[in-house]
Each structure stands twice: as C-alpha cells, then as structure tokens.
Design a protein around this ligand. Structure first.
Ligand code: G3P
Ligand code: CA
Length: 434
C-alpha cells in the first residue's frame, strides 16, 4: 500500500516516538518503588499478588547497611545509598536537651564507648545525656575498629546526609520515655517539607513513619495525616486479624508487618485487599528473599541491601566470593549448644579443587556476635571447615571460639554473614529454625 511521503517521513517516526515514550513511561512506573498511596482495595482475592511495586518488594535498609558498617551511622547510610537501597530505616531516641537522635537502643552502652567516656553514668540512657556529650562518643569501634570515629547522628543530620536521594523511615521508638518526641518529629518533617506522600529522587516513598507504639502513631497520624505510617507489632498478629480490625487499621495507617516464614501469599493478598501495604520483617538471605517476593510483600527490611537489590534484579549478589561459602549450620545439637568440643557450629565449604587460605575470615551472626576461624586456617579442596561457637581443641578442619553462651537462633530464622580478611562480605546464609 502506497503511503503519502508525509506519513512515511513524519507521521510514522512521530507514531514510533509516541509508542516508544508510552513504553518508557510504563516501564518507569513499573520500576520506580511505588508510593504508599496507590492502594487497591478490590475485595479479598487470596493469592492474587497486588504488590505496590510490580518490580518486586521495595528494599528498606534496616539501620542502614548494618551488616557492612556500624548500624545507624554515616558509614551505614552512605553504604546503603551506594548499594541502591530504596528506603533508609532508623530508630529515634531523644537527648536530655530534647534533640532527636538516631539510635536503636534506649541506652548508649551497646553501640558506643560511653562506658569508657562516662564510666560513672550507668545505665547510660540516651535521655540522660546532652547532645554535646553524645557527640563525644565513638559509635563505630564496637562493630569494627576500622569504623572508629563514627558519631551518633541527629535526625536532622540523617535527613541532610540523605538529602532526598532515598526514602526515609524513622521509627518512633519507646516514645513513653521521651516526652514531646512525636511533636519534635513533626516539627522536623515540616522543616523538610516531608508532610505528605511524596517521592524521593529514587522514586521511593520519601517518608514513612513507623512505631510499635500504636498511641504514638495515631497521635502522629492526627498531626500529619498524609504521611504514610507503618504500625509494627511483635508476633505479627495483624496478618491474621479479622476483617473488622483490618478495616479499622486501613482508615488511619498505611502498612503492617509480617514474617515470610510464617505467612502465606493468600494472607498477604488478603491484607492488601483491605488497602493496606505489607512490610516484611528483617530478612537477609536470598533463600528467604524469594519467599518475600513470591508472597507479594510490598516492602522488605534488610540489613544487606546490596544482596537484596542484586538478588531481586536476578544478579549474583556477592561477586567477590573466592570460593568459600557457608554450607550449613547446626544450631540446636543434642545437649548443650556450647558443649566442649561439640555444640553448635557453622560449616564453611571450599567450592574449588584448590586449597584456600581462610586465615582472617570472620563470621557475623544477626545479633552481631563475631566468630573467627583458626589462625593460619586452610580449607582443603572441596572440603568442610567447622566454626564452633563454644570451647574445644582446634583441629585442622575445625576452630572453637570458646564462647560460653549460644549464638545461633533456635527459633524463626537466623543469618550468617561471611567476611574475608578485607572485611568484604563473601557470603550470606539464612536458615529457618522453626
Ligand atoms: O522497624 C522495623 C524493625 O526494625 C523493628 O525492629 O528492633 O530493629 O527496630 P528493630
Ligand atoms: Ca526499627
């Protein structure tokens, strides 16, 4: 069929352009972490995946990239941004002079050197120290001396570090300990214009406010009703709550949390059918990640955003692996978990046909306990090397860490992170305990 020159020369290219633009727009929408507002309440249709982001769960960096740097520090958040995390998660506390700071615990003892700097100020509650005193503390060495000098961030500094690049999910932690915490948070959000469901530069929801404290979250919602919220509850009861409870929750909060090793796709879809989003509990390993994805979770917490983002993109998460992997874990052997020359252990495997020098390799468990291999240890080709938690006499293919208390979880899930001597994560292994 002869087409007038104009159609051939101008219209077709224009048509092609329009089609291309439409396709690009569709992809953009599909790949940008959806904002919280696109809920779809089309009634209960168990099993149908109606996730906020068709491209897979939106990745929240739990306390930053907290398995590659000390949690909730500049290093952890900078690493999470570099790893492509969609949202940065952090916990709030309040100082004696009413400044909001980012720290998980109610005290400074676990994640700073406060006991050295202020030995006579036990129990070192955050609320008993001024910001100026807290800024004297080293918040990095506890995790690894290589991070000495990291400081506790204020909420303002955390927002400034992010500078709108990724989403932010502050958790209103223990609000009953900190009078005026919710109002303080609202004031900071207003100062940054984070007062409604907007998008960060990476397309993720700019701001989410979470809490285990329902009263505080309702108070927050009353002050900034357009800001998405996540109501946390230990044991994840909302995943199986009745219609009335879910209907009421959907009138004021945006999301609830579940644990993929305890939920089903139908349960996730049912909650979503009430217009609620579902956030997965903190899970790190590729094996559990695929459960989160297949069950249709909207968002997920992870300590290792590099692994989650790569795995969700179908890529090999840890390309630096030199041939040593975590093969298996014995977390609940007969008898004591720290029995002498026995007990719980992690088995490493040499996946090559060459001996591998593993001197200086370390393992970290979810709770940050560090396990070491024996000095000068070598794994024989295709062989195992056992890293025991408890005491015992080393063997060429086994090392005993001499700890007196068990480390590996006997319930729900646990994770092991393998680092080479340059502190680069080479493997991440998750197991479901019950
Ligand atoms: O905020 C979600 C998850 O982080 C809750 O646990 O103790 O890490 O704050 P936690
Ligand atoms: Ca938290």
């Amino acid at each position: 069929m002869h087409r007038p020159a104009f159609i051939v020369n101008h219209l077709r290219p224009a048509l092609v352009l329009v089609v291309a633009l439409a396709a690009a727009a569709a992809t953009l929408v599909a790949n940008s972490p959806a904002d919280a507002s696109t809920t779809s309440s089309t009634g209960t249709n168990p099993g149908a995946v109606r996730r906020a982001n068709p491209g897979g769960p939106v990745v929240w960096a739990h306390r930053g990239a907290s398995k590659n740097a000390p949690e909730e520090t500049t290093a952890a958040y900078t690493r999470a941004l570099a790893d492509g995390a969609d949202v940065l998660e952090g916990d709030l506390a309040q100082t004696k002079d009413d400044v909001l700071v980012v720290i998980h615990d109610d005290t400074l003892a676990r994640t700073t050197n406060v006991e050295e700097v202020f030995p006579d100020r036990a129990p070192w509650n955050v609320r008993d120290f001024t910001l100026a005193e807290i800024k004297q503390l080293d918040a990095g060495s506890w995790w690894d001396p290589a991070f000495a000098g990291q400081r506790i961030l204020t909420l303002h500094e955390w927002f400034k570090l992010n500078n709108g690049r990724a989403g932010l999910a502050p958790e209103v932690k223990s609000p009953t300990r900190y009078p005026g915490m919710v109002e303080n948070l609202v004031e900071e959000l207003r100062a940054w214009g984070y007062t409604h469901s907007s998008k960060a530069k990476n397309g993720a929801p700019q701001i989410w406010v979470q809490s285990f404290d329902e009263a505080a979250l309702r108070q927050f919602h009353a002050l900034l009703p357009k800001v998405p919220t996540l109501l946390l509850r230990s044991g994840y009861p909302f995943m199986t709550a009745n219609d009335e409870v879910l209907t009421e929750l959907a009138t004021w909060t945006t999301a609830i949390a579940g644990n993929p090793v305890q939920t089903t796709a139908s349960q996730v879809a049912r909650v979503q059918s009430f217009g609620l989003r579902v956030v997965s509990e903190v899970e790190d390993g590729p094996s559990i990640l695929s459960m989160i994805e297949s069950q249709g979770y909207d968002y997920m917490f992870t300590n290792a955003p590099n692994v989650a983002k790569a795995a969700l993109a179908g890529k090999q998460p840890l390309r630096t692996n030199r041939g040593v992997v975590v093969d298996s874990v014995v977390y609940n052997p007969e008898g004591s978990d720290v029995a002498s020359n026995g007990g719980e252990y992690v088995a490493l495997r040499n996946t090559t046909d060459k001996p591998i020098d593993i001197n200086g390799y370390t393992l970290r468990e979810w709770g940050n306990t560090l396990l070491r291999v024996g000095d000068g240890a070598v794994i024989e080709p295709g062989s195992l090397y056992k890293v025991y938690v408890g005491p015992g006499t080393d063997r060429p293919n086994a090392h005993f860490n001499g700890l007196t208390a068990p480390v590996l979880a006997d319930t729900v899930t646990d994770h092991l992170y393998l680092y080479n001597p340059d502190r680069v994560m080479e493997d991440l292994y998750s197991y479901i305990a019950s």
